[in-house]
Write a protein that binds this ligand. Structure first.
Ligand code: GDP
Ligand code: MG
Length: 170
């Protein structure tokens, strides 16, 4: 498809928070159990916004979840960074600030960041409140959404907000 713009987006966050599932949900429109050793990847999705055809290239980490192996070039030229935690896993939320530090030096200054609390369908297991997510996002000038890749809650909304914010900056 002809497109007017191409934006690189990257998914970041601890292992098992749902990055691959989010990418799959947004780009393929479905949810599947994906095994940890079967990770990719890079997906492309074309969308239209404000009369513009936009192609999104969404990078998903492959085993670079551990801080030590986080590639220094992963975020280079990214227009949007999606930081993901799991609302049922406190540690993944606590690690967001460490991820932000890691990103700090390698992302461009005008990059748009979005914080995403995934697995909001698991209401009984939730340990991170929505308010804490909102506060962390506010402290670091990030867009914020709670989503569920599994039940398709807020996934398109989140990506649309991110792309709209990127468009405003260019
Ligand atoms: P990644 O390591 O961050 O790429 O995470 P995955 O996408 O591989 O997902 C890790 C596990 O969480 C898998 O078992 C998924 O099926 C599950 N998962 C992902 N998203 C959701 C969600 O929105 N709700 C629920 N309940 N489980 C999810
Ligand atoms: Mg994955």
């Amino acid at each position: 498809m002809e497109h007017d713009m191409f934006f690189k987006l990257v998914l970041i966050g601890d292992s098992n928070v749902g990055k691959t599932s989010i990418n799959h949900r947004f780009c393929e429109g479905s949810f599947e159990e994906i095994f940890p050793w079967n990770h990719l990847d890079f997906k492309v999705k074309a969308i239209e916004m404000k009369g513009k055809k936009i192609k999104l290239g969404i990078w998903d980490t492959i085993g670079s979840e551990r801080f030590v192996s986080f590639s220094t070039s992963y975020c280079r030229h990214a227009k949007g960074i999606i930081l993901v935690y799991d609302v049922t896993d406190e540690e993944t939320f606590d690690n967001i600030e460490e991820w932000l530090r890691r990103i700090g030096s390698q992302a461009s200054k005008d990059v748009v960041k979005m914080l995403v609390g995934n697995k909001c369908d698991l209401t009984a297991q939730r340990v991170v409140s929505k308010e804490r997510g909102e506060r962390l996002a506010r402290d670091h000038q990030m867009i914020f959404h709670e989503i569920s890749a599994k039940n398709n809650v807020n996934v398109d909304t989140a990506f649309n907000d991110l792309v709209a914010a990127i468009l405003e900056k260019i």
